[in-house]
Design a protein around this ligand. Structure first.
Ligand code: AHR
Length: 329
């Protein structure tokens, strides 16, 4: 019987990193966060928009946290079809409007320098949510709030090492190339996976179930089904890989073990049913933390540069079944 465990990934030691568990987070609800003159704090949220279960949970949590009751006026600006130019346009308009703070979940990692410099000149604090920027010039933003992608994917690799002591073949299904979260998930996995496990292929399936099913069907065929493990960098792609495994007449969880990242309800239900084998949460519910950071930044107080949000991992059907009733996304 698998020892069913739920482990916490609290973040690797990062200079100035501050790990906040949701429980430890004070404020963010109840006490008014009105600006010093009693006015609402205006916040521009340059968001990704519809992308999958994780993104929906994260962006809803941010909008719920930056409520009028909490002393905020949140201006939500989702990208148009994931297009960075639409984000840059929204970012620029928020600067021109003179908002008090800007939240940024970037659709691309590069190309942000000029608007970030403009926000600095306008003395508008910018808080990165989830996605980082490349090059990571910390002088260009006030704070970056995210779970620890490197630690999460390293924990996934350590689990895989335990499952395949005699080695095996694996495939990585990545998010869109170049994203900071994709680079960090690759880094954490690559630095921890045992060389006894052989990487056959690494391909992007752009966070999509349909694309992951198609990509992995092709990989299974071209490798005569001799693949024992999939590291899918989000739940939707892992569920797509499971469909491809079933299409090939194989049993996910038995013939092919599938690891995913995000921890959405759909993934935990699939883990409980044995279709996925390991699910690492990438905790999207950090709106309260972001509220505290914006309040401090707007008040001119010092703010931690890197804030790591705690996440947990699930390694068995029993762990998923236990967790499901209390899951919030
Ligand atoms: O940046 C976080 C990633 O973006 C999530 O893991 C994925 O589901 C989302 O689309």
């Amino acid at each position: 019987m698998n020892k069913s465990t739920i482990k916490t990934i609290a973040g690797i030691a990062m200079a100035g990193a501050l790990t906040l568990s949701m429980a430890a987070c004070s404020g963010g609800s109840g006490d008014a966060a009105a600006g010093s003159d009693g006015e609402l704090i205006t916040v521009g949220f340059v968001a990704v928009g519809p992308e999958g279960g994780w993104r929906t949970a994260n962006e809803q949590n941010i909008q719920d946290s930056f409520s009028t009751e909490n002393g905020f006026e949140l201006k939500y600006a989702p990208a148009t079809n994931g297009d960075q130019n639409s984000q840059i346009t929204a970012f620029t308009s928020f600067i021109d409007e003179g908002v008090d703070a800007i939240l940024l979940s970037a659709t691309e990692a590069t190309g942000w320098e000029s608007v970030l410099e403009r926000a600095q000149e306008a003395e508008i604090p910018v808080i990165l949510l989830d996605r980082g920027i490349e090059p990571n010039d910390e002088a260009l933003y006030t704070s970056h709030i995210a779970p620890d992608n490197v630690g999460i994917s390293s924990a996934a690799a350590e689990w895989a090492n335990g499952q395949f002591a005699d080695g095996g073949n694996y495939v990585v299904l990545e998010g869109p190339p170049g994203l900071s979260v994709v680079n960090d998930r690759n880094m954490g996995w690559d630095e921890s996976i045992d060389p006894k496990l052989t990487k056959l292929e690494s391909q992007s399936a752009n966070w999509s179930t349909e694309e992951a099913k198609s990509v992995f069907e092709t990989i299974l065929k071209s490798n005569s089904n001799d693949v024992q493990l999939v590291f899918a960098q989000n739940d939707e792609m892992g569920l797509g890989a499971a469909l491809a495994v079933e299409e090939a007449g194989l049993k996910p969880g038995t013939d092919v073990k599938i690891i995913t990242i995000d921890g959405t309800k759909a993934a935990l239900e699939a883990l409980a049913a044995g279709r996925l084998s390991f699910v690492a949460e990438y905790n999207p519910l950090f709106g309260d933390v972001a509220v505290d950071v914006v309040k401090s930044a707007v008040a001119g107080e010092s703010v931690e540069k890197n804030i790591v949000v705690e996440s947990v991992t699930f390694d068995s059907p029993e762990a998923a079944t236990t967790a499901l009733p209390d899951r919030k996304y």
